[in-house]
Design a binder for this molecule. Sequence first.
Ligand code: FNR
Length: 376
Amino acid sequence: RRLARAADVADLRRLAARRAPRVVFDYVDGAAEGEVSLARSVEAFGRVEFRPRVLRDVAQAPTAVEILGRQIGMPVVLAPTGFTRMMHREGERAVARAAARASVPYTLSTMGTTTAADVAAAAPGGWNWFQLYVVRDRGRTRESLRLARAAGMDVLVVTVDVPVAGARLRDVRHGMTMPPSLRWGGVLRAVGRPAWWFDFLTSEPLRFATVEGAPDDLAGITNLLFDPTVTMRDLSWIRSEWEGPLLVKGVQRVDDAKELATLGVDGVVVSNHGGRQLDRSPTPLELLPEVVAAVGDRTEVFLDGGVRSGADVAAAVALGARACFVGRAYLYGLMAGGEPGVDRALQLIHAELVRTLQLLGVGGVAGLNQDAVHLR
Ligand code: FNR
């Protein structure tokens, strides 16, 4: 109904804003400081100019691609996001199930509110990945890796752009606490979003699935958990601990990408964390071609930040990305309508991707290359 009428991810975002309390919506929708990085990341996709070929047979436009040695349904990976059960009571489980249905990987965050075992049980047929923040207690890091591996998660994504918490000013202004309580919303806001509050108050309490006794404000949790002393040496240590594919997420310079490639990582994710960490950091879509040129022959290069449509995915792949991670796009769907909302977001992205390939005169994702686009 409402979901089926959503014609794009922007419509899902509008539905999400109506359903979720402002403080929850803003946690997802917002970014760091002046939100310049976020705006630029999205805007860069608007500067893509496609260069279509005409009179090609485009009856078929297959979207499947191979990443890290395995085939997936389209070049999309669901990005790790924290506190996903705050967006909807089914949280990580709903997202993992929707990802499995669309044959795309799902990445569980260290800040997740569902355990690796529960995600695996919810979506046993899916390709579930684990995202690691190296925490101050290395024993705990090792334990997280063990639990992820035991749950069958074979790809590790190490996020490296959070030495300290970014300043998400919308959260600061809302006085956001973790877990959320009626304190920040106030009863007035609760009246405006009864369905969300009913769900929230009747579901399992929101808490970290991996961390005991964490403080209740987001910046406090972040600073307790994240270790600003982490270096490339720790990454070598993780490389030696983890047998499966290892990706490093949050790469923002060509020289760092080169250094990581020499450490034997299987992939780098060109990302500024959706603009949620260092504001005015490089725009992923603009940086992507340089990173691909420098290390693309040695390691797989992924992109995230600002991907809102299948046309965006096509543009990023044409510029050299193996696949795009998407964060907010599926979270808007989740807030708008739970699991069917995530399904809807993925259906929209897939349909847009197919249509873009056909209109571009490209016979499938495999036919995309630099020739298909130009960044104005
Ligand atoms: C994130 N992101 C993130 N990344 C990560 O490595 N671990 C995490 O726990 C989180 N948490 C998180 C929460 C929320 C609400 C958002 C929106 C994002 C960043 C995420 O993985 C990804 O890099 C960005 O979301 C990509 O940008 P888009 O697609 O949201 O524009």
